[in-house]
Design a protein around this ligand. Structure first.
Ligand SMILES: NC(=O)c1ccc[n+]([C@@H]2O[C@H](COP(=O)([O-])OP(=O)(O)OC[C@H]3O[C@@H](n4cnc5c(N)ncnc54)[C@H](O)[C@@H]3O)[C@@H](O)[C@H]2O)c1
Ligand SMILES: O=C(O)C[C@H](O)C(=O)O
Length: 358
């Protein structure tokens, strides 16, 4: 057989190109990307999602898992470094979502335009000996900048904040949105899903159950004593000895530190966090789609306590948070935990608010 002439190859490319939409300009910026890396006709219908901090320890597996989510049609990956490589890699997965990469501040607005859901894992992680609040000085500014762009480019998107300290970064985002006149408390959610995921796992271990059959509400916030597992409300209904309650509460509250210490300077939870973030994002998207009874815990603007923000069970729907559930009956141990949690939460929330108002 004769080798293909240049003319034949060009004809074949032209035939393939006829089945493709116009080329993706963002992808053309990356060296190895050709005209063929554009959106195939018949790509999945679904939601448009942006991940900010997509090249990081959480961002990469999160981006990979979102590429596998059938509810996602377009996935925008933004970071200040390395997005061309991550985008090229993930774009080869034969799932429905089309992936586009955006690199650096000058492409942030494009990354956000037209998206339904923004997930933010951008920022520095802890090292052993640090608290989440020790990340405030760097991450507060990052979240503020990203929130300003969200207010400008996709003010109606649902926003999932992962960057720590969540107890302060969510109030920061809220203040930025208020300043811009775009704040919708139903659309801003701090991601506390990892606390629930851990609680389900640890409680299942103690009870000898499959973690998939266990549901533990975790309320309050996302740092130390502000993480308040409601072990009296575990489903399926069960009881614990006082020793088990102490063990479980301590392990759930310090799950993040357990991982930070095990990683010994190489960062904090990334893989379990990506899993939890995608579980939570999927719940947000199912709510947006109109599914009934989508209920998860999240850190939101709330009137459940006297504090302006609090994590509790929320029902997710077409407009974001459609209902915030009260805490339900607490036992004495949980009531004492709630008082401790509120005290710390109050100052973390205030710190975030002051950062933007100063
Ligand atoms: N909410 C939670 O339950 C939870 C769980 C784990 C980690 N976290 C937090 O998530 C954050 C990220 O953790 P990680 O392990 O992925 O860190 P990482 O350092 O591996 O990745 C962070 C990424 O953010 C990027 N980034 C930095 N500044 C940016 C900016 N201005 N715009 C866009 N991207 C930017 C970095 O380039 C990097 O790729 C940390 O603050 C960590 O504490 C939260
Ligand atoms: O512990 C951390 O610093 C990261 C995260 O908040 C976690 O809970 O794993």
């Amino acid at each position: 057989m004769q080798p293909s002439s240049g003319k034949n190859v060009n004809q074949r490319i032209a035939r393939i190109s006829a089945h493709l939409d116009p080329p993706d300009l963002h992808m053309e910026n990356t060296a190895s990307v050709s005209r063929l890396n554009c959106r195939a006709k018949g790509g999945a219908a679904g939601f448009r999602v942006a991940v900010l901090g997509a090249a990081g320890g959480i961002g990469q597996p999160l981006a990979m898992l979102m590429k596998m989510n059938p509810l996602v049609s377009v996935l925008h990956l933004y970071d200040v470094v390395n997005t061309p490589g991550v985008t090229s890699d993930i774009s080869h997965m034969d799932t429905g979502a089309v992936v586009r990469g955006f690199l650096g501040q000058q492409q942030l607005e494009e990354a956000l335009t037209g998206v339904d859901l923004v997930i933010i894992p951008a920022g520095v992680p802890r090292k052993p000996g640090m608290t989440r609040d020790d990340l405030f000085n760097i991450n507060a500014g990052i979240v503020r900048t990203l929130s300003e762009a969200i207010a400008k480019c996709c003010p109606n998107a649902i926003v999932n904040v992962i960057s720590n300290p969540v107890n302060s970064t969510v109030p920061i985002a809220a203040e930025v949105f208020k300043k811009a006149g775009t704040f919708d408390p139903k659309k801003l959610l701090g991601v506390t899903m990892l606390d629930v995921v851990r609680a389900n796992t640890f409680v299942a271990e103690v009870l000898g159950l499959d973690p998939r059959d266990v549901n533990v509400p975790v309320v309050g916030g996302h740092a130390g004593v502000t993480i308040l597992p409601l072990l009296s409300q575990v489903k399926p209904p069960c009881s614990f000895t006082p020793k088990e309650v102490d063990y479980l509460t301590d392990r759930i509250q310090n799950g993040g530190t357990e991982v930070v210490e095990a990683k010994a300077g190489a960062g904090s939870a990334t893989l379990s966090m990506a899993y939890a973030a995608v579980k939570f994002a999927d719940a947000c998207l199912r709510g947006l789609r109109g599914d009934a009874s989508v209920v998860e815990c999240a850190f939101v603007a709330s009137q459940v306590t006297e504090l302006p923000f609090f994590a509790s069970k929320v029902r997710l729907g077409r407009i974001g948070v459609e209902e915030i559930y009260p805490l339900g009956p607490l036992n004495e141990y949980e009531r004492a935990g709630l008082e401790k949690a509120k005290k710390e939460l109050e100052s973390s929330i205030q710190k975030g608010v002051s950062f933007v108002r100063k």
